[in-house]
Design a protein around this ligand. Structure first.
Ligand SMILES: NC(=O)c1ccc[n+]([C@@H]2O[C@H](COP(=O)([O-])OP(=O)(O)OC[C@H]3O[C@@H](n4cnc5c(N)ncnc54)[C@H](OP(=O)(O)O)[C@@H]3O)[C@@H](O)[C@H]2O)c1
Length: 290
């Protein structure tokens, strides 16, 4: 059963492999969506300070009456918080907004503030080390049960590893058919870091790609199901987002296997180079030629 599948983080904590993404779901709508996901069986919810919906996510978890310890909740420190005090304040902010006694995992949302992503060469090494120290302290005080990073490349991870008392447990990265960072995934796995694949359906772009549509037909599944299963077979935690309850359910029905040959074909699908309004999305140099 997909919902029972977990990975074990480097500190022994289990993380459900299928998560429910909540980006672009407004606070007043997120309660309904998260409740639907929890009812369907999801036990891993992904939010972030910048999504502006942490209050609603916390409320949905409380209203669900599911035991708190049976749900894995992730939030993300704002990308702009690049000093110890600011990072610590934002962690307190997440605890206050969600009204949770603890958060299962918090991660640094981006190594660079959003307005510098794909624009500036500055990787904020010092600022990310500071934010990491705040995460380590919050972890050691018991407010957070696991810590990690997001959108970090190999250099950004090495920067954290150079000072870490606790190593990052996950790296949450853009990872989907037509933009798969295989080298970064290998690097994370070699360093004991679990990879979380965000935007598995390419934020909807996957529907426009003929090779994906054809392959979905071959397996008699939908485009989102093929996309989610592809990430699953790359040994990642997968984080699809859907507001429509039918989509939420469909995205958990991924109990089929893509053959090695077809995985290889999907790794070669031409790279998406332009995400339109989402210009902060990384386009990886390695389009899966492996
Ligand atoms: N760390 C980061 O920087 C970062 C960045 C981006 C995303 N994320 C995380 O990853 C999650 C997922 O990424 P995402 O929100 O970009 O998008 P996604 O999961 O790639 O795609 C979501 C879109 O696909 C549609 N969809 C989903 N399932 C469908 C189905 N079965 N049939 C038809 N349409 C379907 C959704 O429609 P409906 O909503 O209408 O159902 C929505 O428009 C986010 O919510 C967030 O938690 C993290």
């Amino acid at each position: 059963m997909i919902f029972q599948e977990t990975y074990t983080l480097s500190n022994g904590i289990k993380i459900p492999r299928l998560g429910f993404g909540t980006w672009c779901i407004r606070d007043e709508k997120v309660e309904k969506a998260v409740q639907a996901a929890l009812q369907i069986g999801y036990r891993h919810i992904d939010t972030a300070q910048v999504y502006g919906n942490e209050r609603g996510v916390g409320e949905a978890i409380r209203q669900s009456k599911i035991k708190r310890e049976d749900i894995f909740l992730t939030s993300k420190i704002a990308a702009e918080a690049k000093d110890y005090d600011t990072a610590m304040k934002t962690i307190e902010g997440t605890l206050a907004k969600t009204q949770m006694e603890y958060i299962d995992m918090m991660i640094i949302h981006s190594p660079q503030p959003w307005d510098e992503v794909n624009v500036s060469e500055n990787r904020y090494e010092e600022g990310n080390r500071e934010a990491w120290r705040a995460l380590e302290d919050a972890y050691q005080s018991g407010k957070i049960r696991a810590i990690g990073v997001s959108n970090f490349n190999c250099h950004d991870i090495e920067n954290i590893l150079s000072i870490a008392k606790i190593k990052p447990m996950v790296n949450q990265i853009l990872c989907h058919i037509a933009n798969t960072p295989l080298e970064l995934i290998d690097f994370c796995h070699e360093n004991g870091i679990i990879v979380e694949a965000y935007s598995p359906i390419a934020h909807g772009e996957a529907f426009k790609i003929k090779e994906i549509e054809d392959m979905a037909k071959k397996y008699e599944v939908t485009v989102p199901q093929l996309c989610i299963r592809y990430d699953w077979q790359l040994d990642t935690v997968v984080l699809p987002k859907a507001e429509n309850p039918e989509h939420i359910k469909e995205n958990s029905q991924i109990d089929f296997v893509i053959s090695d040959e077809d995985m290889n074909t999907l790794k070669q699908v031409e790279l998406i180079k332009n995400y339109g309004e989402y210009s902060h999305y990384p386009v990886y140099a390695n389009p899966g030629k492996k």
